[in-house]
Write a protein of this length. Sequence first.
Length: 114
Amino acid sequence: MPHNPTQGQKPLSPNPLTPKSVLRDSSQPLPNNDSLGRGRKGFAHGSIVTTTVTRPRKSGKVATYQQLWYQWQDESGHKHSRYLSKTKAKEVQRLIDDGSIVANILAYLEPSNY
C-alpha cells in the first residue's frame, strides 16, 4: 500500500493574516460607507448640480438664471434628479458631506404635509 502524505495531518485552517472584515459575523449590519467613505452600491450620496436656464419673455428679452438640482443614480444605473430650492440646498450639501445616503436625502426633500 502506497504511503499517503496527507494522512494524519490536520485540516487546513483559515489564514491567520486574513483581515477580520472578511470573516465578519453575518448578523452584524453592513456599514453605510466603504473604506474610502463612498458608500455601498445602491446607497450613494448623490451630488448637487447647477444648470443654466434660458427663457424668452413676452417683451422679447431673454432671462438667464441658475437652478440647483440634486442628482443621484439608483442601483440599476438610471440617473434621477430633483429640483432644489436655495433654502434646502445648504442642508442637502451638509447631508452629503456627513455621508447620508440617497434615501435619507430624499426623505428630507419630500414635501411636508401639514
